[in-house]
Every structure is written in C-alpha cells, then in structure tokens.
Write a protein that binds this ligand. Structure first.
Ligand code: SF4
Ligand code: SF4
Ligand code: SF4
Ligand code: FES
Length: 983
C-alpha cells in the first residue's frame, strides 16, 4: 500500500489504483458523470477534475502514486467541474419532476445538486434529431443525451456488440447505431447494457415511460406545458427549489415502486438484478451488483419478462375428461393425484412411478421433488433435464477431477491467456459470459480458439476457427494431447505431482496420431499443431464446451478428452485455468446438485452408499431405495415396455425437448396417469391427466445455482398469480396427501435440511445468501466456499486427478445416400429453448418470429433454394416443414436448426440413440434429406433482425476525437486562464 492525502487527510491506497476510486472509497463527494468502474475511465465529461500536486487533472484517468496530494475542494477544481457540468446541461433539458428517470439515482439530477448549480451558463439547446422509438424495448432521445459515451463504451468494450459510436466531428454529435441506422434496423441485440449504464433519461426502457412517475403519464402536449412551467421557474428560483420539488416527487415514488432482487430464469450464467415493479407492471430490470454479471444482461434477462403477466397463464388445475380438460379446484386435483399415485403404487409397486424435476425451478423445489420420489413414494425414478445436455460433461469431470461442475468462475475465464471453445455457441447461449471473453479478447490480448461446425459469433472473432467433421471432437482433442506428450510439451511437474494414470492413458492415445485425426476430423495437421502450440504457450487455458460436445453418442468421452488435455498441460489448480461445461438452464446445475438424479441424492451422494443411506435414514426416518432408478431416457422406454405407468413432470416441455419426439409422445399417451405442472398449457400438457398451475420465478423465493456453482437467492417480486402456486408448495401438498406430514413454511427450511444432509452444502443458508451475496460450492460448515476448485487437491481420496483412457467410436447415426445431409441444432440468442416463455415477448416475437433451417449458399445454389423457400426435412425418425435461411454461417452439406419451435420442433427429426455412459440423446447426430416444397416465400428472419445489421467496431468512445474538435477546451485549462486573468 502507498499513502496519498485527499483534502489534507492521509489515505492508504493500492499503487496503481484509479484516483477516482480512492476518492470514492474515502467517502469524499466528487462529481463523475461519465465514470462507472466496470467501464473504466471514459473521460468525456470532465466533471471529476481535481487538483493533484497543484495541477488540474481528471480523477478518473489519474493513477495514484505515493505521496500524491489531492484537493477536491480547491476553488479552481470546483470551477472546472462546474464549467464541465454546465456544458452537459447545454445538452439536457432538466425537467426532473415530470421525468420517468427521477428515481433518486439520476446522475444528472444528483450532480446538479452536488455541484450546487443554480443557473446554467450555457442554456439547453435542442439537437436536430427525432426520438428513435424503433427498438421494441427501449428508446433514444437525442435531446436528452449528454454525450457522456457510457453507452458507447458499454456496447463497444463490455458487451462488445460494437453497434454504438459517436461521430465527434458532426456539428451536432449524437449516439449512432451502426453509424446512423434506426435502432430497430441495426445490429443491436437489445442486451440493454447501454440503457442500464445511461446516467439520465436519454436511453430508457419503454416499460418505464409514462409509468414510473406520478406526473409522467400525461400526453405529450400536457407534459410539454408542464416542462415549460418547471423551466420557467428556474430563472427566478434557481435549481434548488426545482430540485426540491422533484426530490419530493421522487420520494413519493418509493411508496409504490418496489425494487426486488431476483436471479434470471433463463440461462445458466446466473445474472442477478433488481426488478422494478408498480403493482403487477414490470417497470424495468436493473442490473448492478450481480456477482456474475454486474451491469450486464442479455435481451432475455433484461426485457423478456412479459410471460409472467401473460393472459395465457394457467390459474386453475385441469382434469382430463375424455379428450377434453375441465377446470377443477385445487383440492379435487390434488386428491385425484394422491389417489391415483397411491393406487398405482399399491398395484404395481413404487417403481411404476417416475418424477421429473424442473431445471427452471429452485434448488429447494428440486430437492423436494426427489424427496417425494424417494422418501414418500419409495422410488429412485427421478431425473431432470441435465440428462439432455449436461450429464456427459459432468461424467467427464467425475472421471478425471472429481467434481461435476465448472472448475472456476467467469472471472477465471476472463483472466485466461487462451480460451478454447468447443461445441458452444457461447455468444447466443450464454451471452453475458461471452461478453467477458469478447472483452478480454478485444482489450486484453486473450487468445481465442473455436471448434464448431458453424461460424457463430465467437468463431468469427476467434484467432483460430476450425470445423471438424461432426462427432469427431474426441479425436482431435486426443490427438492434440498425444502430440503435446510426444513432443515433450506436457507439464511434467504437474503430471508427476497431481495426476494418476499417465501410463495407461498414453497407451490409449496410441491410435490418435495427428494423421489419423486429420483424416477423421478433416482438419489439416498444421491446424492441430497450431492448436497444440497455442495451448502450451498460453499462460492459462480455460476450455468451454456445451451441447456441441455433449449431445453426441461419445459425449462423455469427448468431455473426458477435454479434461485429459487440461491435465496434461497443467491447466487446473490456478486462476485463469480449468474446465467449463456451460450449463444451459438457469438451474440445471442446481437440479442435479440437489438430488434430482436416479443414482444420487443431494450433494452427489450415491444412493447405494451405506453411509449416505444411514444419514438420510436419520434425517428422513425412512430407508432410501438402494438401487439406481430410471433416468428420463429410460423412463420413456419403460413406459413403452409397460413397466412405468405414471409420471409427475414438473416444468419441463419434455414432449418437444426430448429427442425422437414422436416416440416420446406415443409413450405419454400410454401412461395410466400423467401429472404435468407448468405455468402455461404446454405441448406436453396435452398428454396429461391432471395439469397443475405453477408460479414462475418472480412469484416465489428460493435459490438457483448457476454454471459457476454459485448459489444465489431470488426474492418474491409478485404474489403468485391468483390460482397458481409455487412449485414447492404444490409438491408439499402432493406429499402430504400421500401421508408425508411435511411442514415447510418457507424455502429456507428446505435449504437448512439440504445443508444438514449434504456435506457439500454444509454451510449454505439464507443468511449467507442475503441480497446479492452468493456462495460457490462446495461450502464448508463455516460458510467458506470455493470460487476456484482444486486449489489444494483434486476431489478424489488421494487428492490426485486421474487421466482417463479413451477409445474412438464412430457416431451412431451417419449420412448415407438417402439421408445425405447432417442436421445440427441449438439455441438462438433471443429465444430460450422451445420458446414457451420468449414467444410471449412481443418484441422478441416481432424480431424473431419463428425457427428456420440454415442452408449454406453452395447447397442453396445446388438445390434452387433461397431464404424463404419452404422445405421438408425427413430423418429416419420423422419429418417436418420449415423455411430456409441461406447463410454462410453453415457450410456445404451442413444444416442448422434453432430449437425454438413448438410447431416444427427439431426433435421430430432426432433419434433415440444416446451416449452410453449417461443416456444423453445424441441430438447432434442426425442425418436428413431435404425436399423443396416451395421455392419462393417470405424469409423466416425479418430484415429487422440484428443478424442483418452492420456493426461499427472501434475502441470505446474514442474520446481523443472529441478533444481534437476546435470547440473543445479542457475545462481545467480554461479555469487556469480565467484565474490568471483575474490574478
Ligand atoms: S447491443 Fe444494443 S442494447 Fe446492447 S449495448 Fe449495444 S446498442 Fe445497447
Ligand atoms: S445515450 Fe449514451 S451518451 Fe447519451 S447520455 Fe445516455 S449513456 Fe450518455
Ligand atoms: S439469459 Fe443468461 S445471460 Fe441472459 S440475462 Fe439471463 S442469465 Fe444472463
Ligand atoms: S468522470 Fe472523469 S471525465 Fe467523466
């Protein structure tokens, strides 16, 4: 630490700290309009000028040095700040009382007060531009824009979508989208970063406008006259009086606007934020303090919450009568569920029933669902949708390093010297996590390699992108590892100290020569050597992977190959290294962690471990069934075989998202009694006998666990919609009707029970997770957690990792002369999964109304296809019709279909073949043929979709261009000149 003095008081600071941070930490009030620590110094506003050792400097751009003498109170510094802020007010009409941004956190309002501005030296001047309302979620008002550039910095260098810029040379600069396009026709992905960081009302969520204030809902002419009245007062009263009124109005808002912390319900990144609500209206989502995301969100977390208040929400239980459903009371429905479950158990035994927990529900709800299965019904037939995507990754890590979770945090990924992404469309599937990679790559010299069949955004940005033959990743990964060992480039100290099984593993690598890999994967040997070289040269390597690896019949082995490669190169046990299987659903990690698996209870404790069974016997007072139950893939087979007769499915659209959808649906028809719990009447509900209306995340409390193994609390934003109930309440009701005698009054009591029975979560409780606090498992009883795993040892009894021998197997489904094309599938940024939630967002629906099949230009030419052509895809398992989108993201005979459709779900085409180790369906091993039904048609992706935009990459806001303008003078210089003149 070094010492500096601020206004005469000594302070200890770290050398190299930004001065503005040191001043803020010292609690000295200082204006700083353009500064946000996560964005770094932007230096556009000049309102942070202080005197340092006699010189006027910007505090945000000054680095602390020992002995520095800082004065914030020097009159010259104050004068410079006031001059700078006066220039800002020249660009901004101060009408706070009738402004939707007057919520106590408006930087312009608060700076006016802080600097004691009474009258403007430079009067407000409008700019010759209209308000831009063309984006469905937010609007830009150039006349309120103070040109601070925070939005540009966020878009260019944090989100790294590179849509925004300011042309400082223009006579009237403003923020530009794609250099001057309407927002709605630009490359903007509606992530909301710019809106969140805007310090005033220039960028604002449309859901706020006219709703936040008491006086803001009036029509434009009325508002205009009110603004004139307010402004008219300024000359006479000064701003103090006006701000007094606006502050009173702002204080009144707190009586009806609630801000509630929640965690995103979409992907596994685990973004958290405050939801601002007025009654049941969502005013906005405001991220700031989330440990995973800070100010970041994607379009779903920021804007796609319309489903919560959608009119189609289920509010009454439904009971099947023949081909129809009738509404029922809760008592009637629950009685029926309990009676039928009881009858089937009595007649056929507990294993005739099965339970599926939801990866969208909370940890507590997953725990209760498996407790219902095991402790009340007496079966281990319980699973969750990680079977469809993540189980192979978990298996690969169990085999090699011991814990089935990401080995570090998003922060580690940011710090890595090299990020290798294999089979993950990270920018669309884990958007906020991807921003950290894009930022590190753009600003901090991080290297990026992408292996993917498609040229997705990360591939486009990568230093090296290659497209291996489908299903062959295990081959190139193992060949690169073998090459590293053969060339003596392995981390031998790490291997000898920390890793078992090298000899046997090396033997298994024998077939994996570079030549074999080159032939099998259709990759040049030089590419493989380059990958190896980049890995061994990098300071730290993080490997990210997802469904492009796991959804193959060798998904577990490929995941294992990734971990083997990391071990051989010593890329565990240090910050900036490790294995990162990116979890898809918000709580897919947590659902497995909390025991919704057929072979493990909470905390990955095996059902046939005597010690575990004894622990649960003492906790629950019952004996756990000792043999592994059916996973959800086996459940479908068991239904067809007549062994499984009843199922309780919570919050999963299984008829569309399991592979071979026709086979799954046929199975559901055969069930004797099927209970589906959901918030909407999903496609799966049509097979149910009873449908129970549940509540989404905003209507309940609990915890989610993100891909970083991070527990976070969600708080109730709304009361459950009348008639619906939180899932944990429903599961408890069912259990009690079956005689369980549970009495959980609040989800924290469930978590206390989890902690008492699961050593891995021993220290988890709601106090430790209060507000934005979080814990990354394993959590010891004293509450200490592990953001980075394996810092002391690996999670095996001897503390050492294990290299796991592998062999190559051909994929189970390949192309042939009849099915001549390979069909890949995956997520789209703006939709989640099948789209049950996101299609209920009108803004998303407008920009991305349907699914499509991507066809390469070469294939399109040869088949006479254009964007909009209607094609029929036929696989060995089914067929569907879909519109084509011609794009060079795919190549040759590769097709790609986003999974977001309930009318043409891609799983009508996928088969039932699986990864043998986990039974995860090989969704990505699908061969199809394509027939053209109609050559011409409307493109399935409208021109207003961001994919047609033209970003304008640059480095941040490029403030130097502003400083070069003839009209610009550094306020500090002006003040010094004036002071000299006065002297
Ligand atoms: S992508 Fe769009 S919403 Fe996101 S920061 Fe850029 S301009 Fe704003
Ligand atoms: S729109 Fe951008 S430049 Fe304008 S005030 Fe908001 S953040 Fe600053
Ligand atoms: S969907 Fe994922 S990236 Fe987007 S806001 Fe939610 S958690 Fe964050
Ligand atoms: S806060 Fe330092 S220049 Fe804006």
């Amino acid at each position: 630490m070094i010492q500096i003095t601020i206004d005469g008081t000594p302070h200890d600071v770290a050398p190299g700290d930004r001065l503005v941070d040191a001043i803020n930490r010292a609690g000295v009030p200082l204006s700083q309009v353009c500064y946000l620590s996560i964005l770094g110094p932007i230096q556009t506003c000049d309102t942070c000028i202080v005197e340092v050792d006699g010189k006027l400097v910007r505090a945000c751009a000054t680095v602390t040095a020992a002995g520095m003498k800082v004065s914030t109170t020097a009159s010259r510094a104050h004068a410079a700040r006031t001059e700078a802020f006066d220039r800002i007010l020249h660009n901004h009409d101060l009408y706070c009382t009738v402004c939707d941004n007057n919520n106590g956190n408006c930087t312009v309002h608060n700076t006016t007060k802080l600097l004691g501005v009474e009258h403007q030296r430079y009067p407000f001047q409008t700019k010759p531009y209209e308000v831009d309302n063309s984006n469905p979620f937010y609007r830009y008002d150039p006349n309120q824009c103070i040109l601070c550039g925070r939005c540009v910095q966020a878009c260019q260098d944090l989100q790294v979508n590179e849509t925004l810029s300011i042309r400082w040379e223009d006579p009237h600069p403003r923020v530009l989208w794609d250099g001057g396009m309407p927002i709605g026709e630009s490359s903007c992905v509606s992530c909301g970063h710019c809106v969140t960081v805007c310090p005033c009302n220039a960028l604002m969520e449309k859901s706020m406008i006219g709703h936040a204030g008491f006086l803001t809902g009036f029509s434009k002419p009325v508002l205009g006259s009110m603004i004139d009245v307010v402004k008219g007062l300024e000359a006479e009263t000064g701003y103090t009086t006006i701000l007094g009124v606006s502050e009173a109005e702002s204080a009144m808002r707190t009586t009806r606007v609630r801000r509630t912390k929640t965690v995103c319900t979409y992907c596994g990144v685990g973004c958290s934020f405050d939801v601002w609500t007025k009654d049941r209206h969502i005013l906005k989502v405001e991220p700031a303090e989330g440990p995973a995301n800070a100010v970041s969100t994607c379009v779903k977390g920021k804007f796609a919450w319309d489903f919560v208040t959608n009119k189609d929400r289920l509010t009454k239980p439904l009971i099947r009568e023949g081909d129809r459903f009738r509404e029922a009371t809760w008592d009637e429905a629950l009685d029926l569920v309990a009676r039928r479950f009881g009858e089937i158990k009595t007649a056929h035994g507990p294993d005739a029933l099965a339970f599926i927990a939801s990866s969208k529900c909370t940890n507590e709800e997953a725990f209760l669902m498996q407790k219902l299965a095991r402790a009340v019904v007496g079966t281990n037939n319980v699973d969750n949708c990680s079977r469809y995507c993540q189980s192979p990754a978990t298996m690969g890590l169990f085999r090699t390093v011991g814990y089935g979770g990401d080995s570090g945090s998003i922060h580690d990924i940011e710090q890595a010297g090299l990020v290798l992404i294999v089979g993950s469309n990270t920018a669309e599937s884990h958007p906020v996590l991807a921003t950290r990679v894009k930022r590190a790559h753009k600003l901090h010299g991080q290297k990026l390699i992408v292996s993917d069949l498609r040229e997705n955004e990360m591939a486009r940005r990568a230093d090296l992108h290659f497209r291996p033959t489908p299903s062959t990743d295990i081959v190139w990964l193992s060949a690169v590892t073998r090459y590293i060992l053969d060339e003596g480039l392995a981390h031998s100290d790490f291997l000898s100290q920390w890793v078992n099984g090298l000899a046997e593993y090396r033997t298994s690598l024998e077939p994996f020569t570079l030549e074999f890999a080159s032939k099998t994967c259709n990759l040049p040997v030089e590419t493989l050597k380059r990958v190896a070289q980049m890995i061994v040269e990098a300071k730290g390597v993080c490997i990210l992977w997802a469904m492009g690896i796991t959804q193959h019949s060798n998904g577990s082995d490929s995941s294992t190959a990734i971990s083997n490669l990391l071990l051989v190169t010593g890329n565990y046990m240090r910050p900036g290294t490790g294995a990162y299987p990116l979890r898809g659903h918000n709580n897919v990690q947590g659902a497995s962690d909390h025991g919704a698996m057929p072979n493990m209870v909470s905390g990955y404790q095996s059902v046939n471990d005597p010690e575990v069974r004894a622990r649960f016997r003492s906790g629950w007072g019952v004996d756990l069934p000792a043999t592994k139950g059916l996973d959800n893939h086996e459940m479908v087979d068991a239904i067809h075989a007549g062994k499984l007769r009843s199922m309780y499915l919570c919050g999963e659209e299984m008829s569309l998202v399991d592979s071979n959808a026709n086979y799954v649906s046929e199975g559901f028809r055969k069930l004797e009694f099927f209970v589906v719990q959901d918030i909407f009447f999903s496609a799966t509900c049509q097979y149910a006998d009873v449908v129970l209306p549940a509540s989404p995340s905003l209507e309940k409390e609990g915890t989610f666990t993100s891909t970083e193994r991070r527990f976070q609390r969600l708080y109730q934003v709304f009361e459950p919609l009348l008639g619906s109930r939180p899932d944990w309440v429903i599961v408890q009701d069912v259990a009690n009707r079956l005689g369980a005698g549970w009495n959980y009054r609040y989800p924290s009591e469930v978590m206390d029970e989890v902690a008492s029975l699961s050593p891995m979560f021993a220290g988890v409780n709601y106090q430790r997770l209060e507000g934005y606090k979080s814990l990354q498992w394993p959590v010891a009883a004293d509450g200490s957690d592990q953001p980075l795993l394996y810092t002391k040892n690996f999670a095996f009894p001897d503390g050492k990792a294990r290299l796991y021998p592998l062999a190559w197997r051909e994929p189970q489904e390949c192309r042939d002369s009849e099915y001549d094309l390979h069909l890949n599938n995956g997520r789209l940024l703006e939709h989640f999964h099948e789209g049950n939630l996101t299609y209920r967002s009108p803004g998303i629906q407008e920009k991305t109304p349907d699914t499509f099949v991507e066809v390469s230009p070469a294939l399109a030419r040869s088949r006479g296809i254009e964007s909009g052509s209607l094609v029929q895809l036929t696989s060995r398992h089914g067929h569907l019709r879909v519109r084509a989108l011609v794009t060079d993201r795919v190549q040759d005979g590769e097709l790609y279909m986003p999974m977001n459709s309930s009318t043409s779900p891609v799983n009508l085409l996928t088969g039932s073949h699986t990864d043998p180790a986990t039974h995860t369906p090989a969704y990505k091993e699908t061969a199809v043929r394509m027939e053209v039904l109609a050559r011409a048609g409307e493109s399935p992706l409208p021109r207003i979709n961001h994919r047609f935009g033209h970003p304008t990459p640059q480095s941040g806001v490029e403030v130097e261009r502003k400083w070069r303008q003839p009209g610009y003078r550094f306020p500090g210089d002006l003040v010094q000149i004036e002071t000299k003149r006065e002297g």
